[in-house]
Ligand binder design. Structure first.
Ligand code: BG6
Length: 510
């Protein structure tokens, strides 16, 4: 990774500049997979970019037997292994290592957080962090509520704090349905105010997802097109070639709808379809999103089969490698009906989007890793003989891996006749900008430290997105509709093709 030290993107709202305040960054689950793969490397990159505050300490908190120097060694190994290959030697590393501390979770359940509190107080006094403390819960979600409560009991939580600021950072799954999401929000809000809670959806930290707003509102030609007058349909695809990556236990109780649709895909949908926020402040952006979520046409449980379809992969091979069927994966029930593929067709009940279908498609073990938002415009009245193509312009936002934006439009085929054929106009991040794209976690961690909530879903948004998914979940849990199968390396069940073909449309070929 090349680190550009010339820019200092500290901000408030999406754009205003501001410096990070001194603080202690506590990671619950500080030795776990998320910490090693994402959080510690992201923190180190922020350190390399001089974006962390001067008074700063990271406290790993977990159950492993370890001291500060053991934690520094573990972090060194984890960051050295991270795919960005940043140098982890010399003075810069030593400075970062000195900011790392470790507290072992006490076996004494009554007083398990006492040791952490003591360490936080000592560091606060030694480094001068002014009482500012952020708690990142990189632990299983069923422990979020009890951890918030535990922090409240030792007066480390936000709502009874009298000195500095306190923040709680949590990551999905935030609930397993609407009811449990509401309960979790309530439980966390007993100890932290909503302004102190940061819910991570890592897709919102992706550069290309943030560019959706810039593309729409910084360019005059885009907005006039984004409505029912011009758009025929929108397709959002999150396709993965990966399987479960050792997360069978979690995934089998989740499935594609909860894992990807309820959060990442609906967030992308809101960014592409919401009305223009009146400013770029967190509150305004979040208000525009919630308005959009609430205008998605509610689905009736008895009609789920008309607007949603689910699938599960069988055994087969992908990229020349044999892979087991989903039900033979480790930690998956052999008779599991959990979906690894999901398709939805949603409508938005407002004049702007009236009658425009928004198709969502996601799955594991598909033909290709690609995330794309494809906006297909209506067919213009034909004036010229066509040498190929449908005559429909397509605006495609390529979120990953080939980050960029492309436009398909018709051009005259060279020659003496007036024949038209589709061509593509491409913008690619890689060639347009010399700088590298930062990791989503870097942006989100920095924003949480800065206190900028723009990219973090608010409680009402998580509940609104669960409300959209709930009837579908219920119908699927009750096996009210078929569970189709598909081969690894394909684009999902055959029935998913028929699903869209019934509307006279096709999935975009990606
Ligand atoms: C996570 C899901 O939120 O997103 C995973 O839990 C999925 O199942 C991952 O693989 C995809 O993220 P990305 O950034 O690789 O597209």
């Amino acid at each position: 990774m090349s680190v550009d030290l010339s820019i200092n993107p500290l901000r408030k709202g999406l754009i205003r500049e501001r410096a990070a305040e001194p603080c202690i960054f506590v990671i619950f689950g500080g030795t776990g997979d998320l910490s090693r793969r994402k959080l510690l490397p992201a923190l180190y990159h922020l350190h390399l970019s001089n974006l962390l505050p001067r008074g700063f300490a990271i406290v790993g908190y977990a159950s492993s037997e370890m001291d500060d120097s053991g934690y520094r060694e573990m972090a060194h190994q984890a960051i050295s292994k991270s795919p960005t290959h940043v140098p982890t030697e010399g003075k810069t590393w030593d400075q970062f290592a000195e900011s790392l501390y470790y507290v072992k979770r006490s076996e004494d359940t009554e007083h398990s957080l006492d040791g952490l509190k003591q360490r936080v107080n000592d560091l606060d006094a030694a480094i001068g962090t002014e009482g500012n403390c952020l708690f990142y819960l990189a632990i299983p979600p069923f422990r979020f509520a009890e951890t918030a409560e535990g922090l409240g009991e030792v007066s480390l939580a936000g709502n009874n704090n009298t000195r500095g600021w306190r923040k709680l950072v949590v990551e999905k799954p935030l609930g397993e349905d609407l009811e449990s999401a509401k309960a979790l929000n309530r439980d966390m809000q007993r100890f932290f105010d909503e302004e102190q809670i940061y819910r991570i959806d890592h897709y919102l930290g992706k550069e290309t997802v943030q560019n959706i707003l810039v593309f729409r509102f910084a360019n005059e030609f885009v907005e006039p097109l984004l409505n029912a007058e011009h758009v025929d349909n929108i397709q959002i695809t999150v396709a993965e070639t990966l399987g479960l990556e050792g997360r069978g236990g979690y995934y089998d109780s989740s499935g594609a709808l909860r894992d990807i649709v309820q959060n990442h895909m609906l967030q992308m949908l809101s960014l592409i379809c919401m009305n223009r926020p009146h400013s770029l402040d967190a509150g305004a952006v979040r208000d525009a999103k919630i308005e959009l979520f609430r205008s998605i046409h509610p689905v009736e449980q008895s009609k789920v089969g008309d607007i949603a379809l689910r699938g599960q992969y069988t055994s087969g091979s992908i990229s020349g490698e044999d892979v087991p069927a989903y039900t033979q994966e480790k930690d998956v029930a052999p008779n599991s009906t959990t979906e690894t593929f999901a398709v939805l067709k949603l409508f938005i009940d407002n004049p702007r989007w009236k009658g425009v279908p928004i198709y969502l498609r996601t799955g594991k073990r598909l033909a290709k890793r690609v995330t794309e938002i494809g906006i297909t415009l209506k067919k213009p009245t034909e004036m010229f003989p066509r040498a190929g193509g449908s005559g429909q312009n397509v605006l495609a936002l390529n979120i990953q891996p080939d980050e960029g934006i492309s436009m398909r439009f018709d051009a005259k085929v060279p020659g003496l006749a007036y024949q038209v054929q589709p061509v593509r106009m491409d913008f690619k991040y890689g060639t347009a900008f010399a700088t590298s794209v930062p990791e989503a976690y870097e942006r989100l961690i920095l924003d949480a430290i800065l206190g900028d909530q723009s990219l973090f879903p608010r409680a009402d948004a998580t509940e609104a997105t669960w409300a959209i998914c709930d009837p579908i979940l219920k119908a699927w849990l009750a096996n009210q509709v078929p569970l189709y199968t598909y081969k690894p390396g394909s684009w999902g069940p055959r029935e998913a093709m028929e699903f869209i073909e019934r509307d006279g449309r096709r999935w975009r070929r990606l």
